[in-house]
Design a protein around this ligand. Structure first.
Ligand SMILES: Nc1ncnc2c1ncn2[C@@H]1O[C@H](COP(=O)(O)OP(=O)(O)O)[C@@H](O)[C@H]1O
Ligand SMILES: CSC[C@H]1O[C@H](OP(=O)(O)O)[C@H](O)[C@@H]1O
Length: 394
């Protein structure tokens, strides 16, 4: 029986994934294909199917009814697949060159069939291997400015914006972020995961009430400020890159949230590379951090001047106040990401991949101190150059 006719969820296998793309005529019935499950993320299956004759590839991504990294004991909504596909399509309206093409979706099967980007490398892997990715920060700055402006009240009629906020209501995935980024790392919670050598530093965080107060304020912003349609999990593992191209994948955490969240997650993940790199290679990443903010703010500023529908947009001082709020949120969210990826449930290879244990512990202590400082100093800093100077000195 045809898979689509069943109209109900079943976990795909390499065989049924092939059957599906043939049923949908994405690859001809007669084609000789290979199929491999290549998912390395925390949550989903990713099948790569390749037509041996034409070399054409497609990706079938399927949500499981639970979080893959933990297993069936952590049930998770299948609706995230529809959120992901719709977010790829919505963001693709504004930055078609920076997201994969979506060929088909099926809500029952919780699948997105999309462009195969295997000619690119996941940016986290490339950066760890010392790649420079000259286009990365310019492209991500552009992606952030265009997707965030175009889905906000600055660009949309309030009815349209609120309808989108409803469409992208994503409570289960938001709860993961609320717990894993904004809560658990600041408490002695059993999801936390860190080496015994870090216990002193971690207990220092738990006893730092000023830090916990600021983390609480950032969590409140995340939970309550429905400013724009966010990617929701914009770390360097959600970006494919090469010397000439950048593509953003995996927006299953998309929802209406504070604009600084996407920027902060991206910059926070670049900070890991500032911590682990030396010399000129460190400078390349510092330049990416500065350029991301500069491109983001300059494109957003142009869009604000030319296209904003907000009557207050021309009121002297409003734009500056709006940008300063995004800037300080960005630093705070970057700080939370640094802390949670160091001691929380979900780590990063940038740190965990350091084989020498003394070096690894030292890098992790730096990540915790940097994250703490970004959270605490976020309202004192007003320009990206100050952040760069701070990162160079620490
Ligand atoms: N469009 C794509 N083209 C090629 N490979 C992909 C594509 N999408 C995902 N992948 C591969 O699958 C992995 C997991 O995908 P991802 O969307 O991050 O899954 P998860 O939601 O489980 O984190 C990526 O790291 C990448 O290697
Ligand atoms: C159990 S979910 C943990 C973590 O995984 C997600 O990342 P990804 O889907 O890219 O692997 C997200 O960052 C969550 O916080």
């Amino acid at each position: 029986m045809a898979i689509l006719e069943k109209q109900k969820y079943e976990a795909l296998t390499e065989e049924t994934a092939v059957q599906l793309v043939k049923e949908l005529n994405i690859i001809p019935e007669s084609a000789q294909v290979t199929c491999q499950e290549i998912g390395d993320g925390n949550l989903n299956y990713v099948f790569k199917i390749r037509d041996e004759e034409t070399g054409k590839g497609v990706i079938v991504k399927q949500a499981l009814p639970y979080a893959k990294v933990v297993g069936e004991s952590w049930p998770l909504t299948l609706k995230r697949a529809t959120i992901e596909a719709n977010a790829l399509k919505k963001h693709g309206e504004f930055v078609p060159n920076l997201v994969p093409k979506v060929y088909a979706t099926d809500e029952n099967l919780a699948i997105t069939i999309m462009e195969d980007l295997s000619h690119l490398t996941i940016a986290r892997t490339g950066l760890i291997n010392g790649e420079a990715y000259p286009k990365l920060s310019g492209d991500i700055g552009e992606y952030l400015a265009r997707t965030l402006f175009s889905t906000s009240d600055l660009a949309l009629h309030p009815f349209e914006k609120k309808a989108l906020a409803v469409e992208f209501s994503n409570p289960e995935l938001c709860k993961i972020t609320e717990d894993l980024i904004f809560t658990d790392p600041f408490f002695d919670h059993d999801t936390n995961d860190f080496e015994p050598e870090l216990r002193g530093a971690v207990e220092g965080l738990w006893e730092n009430n000023q830090l916990r107060l600021e983390a609480a304020k950032l969590k409140k912003s995340f939970v309550t400020e429905a400013e724009a349609l966010l990617h929701g999990d914009l770390h360097s593992g959600s970006i494919f890159a090469s010397e000439t191209e950048t593509k953003v994948i995996d927006p299953e955490f998309a929802f209406y949230g504070p604009i600084g969240f996407d920027i902060g997650l991206f910059l926070g993940n670049l900070v890991f590379q500032v911590i682990v790199r030396e010399g000129e290679k460190k400078t390349i990443v510092l330049d990416h951090i500065e350029n991301t903010w500069n491109v983001f703010s300059s494109v957003l500023s142009q869009l604000w001047e030319k296209e904003s529908v907000e009557p207050f947009a021309k009121v002297p001082g409003y734009k500056e106040a709006y940008f300063q709020k995004i800037f300080s949120d960005t630093l705070g969210f970057a700080g939370c990401e640094l802390i949670r990826r160091t001691i929380g449930l979900s780590h990063v290879k940038d740190l965990d991949g350091i084989e020498d244990s003394e070096q690894r512990i030292s890098a992790k202590k730096t990540a915790l101190a940097t994250g703490t400082a970004l959270i605490l100093k976020r309202n004192e800093m007003t320009a990206i150059e100050e952040v760069i100077t701070f990162l160079k000195e620490n």
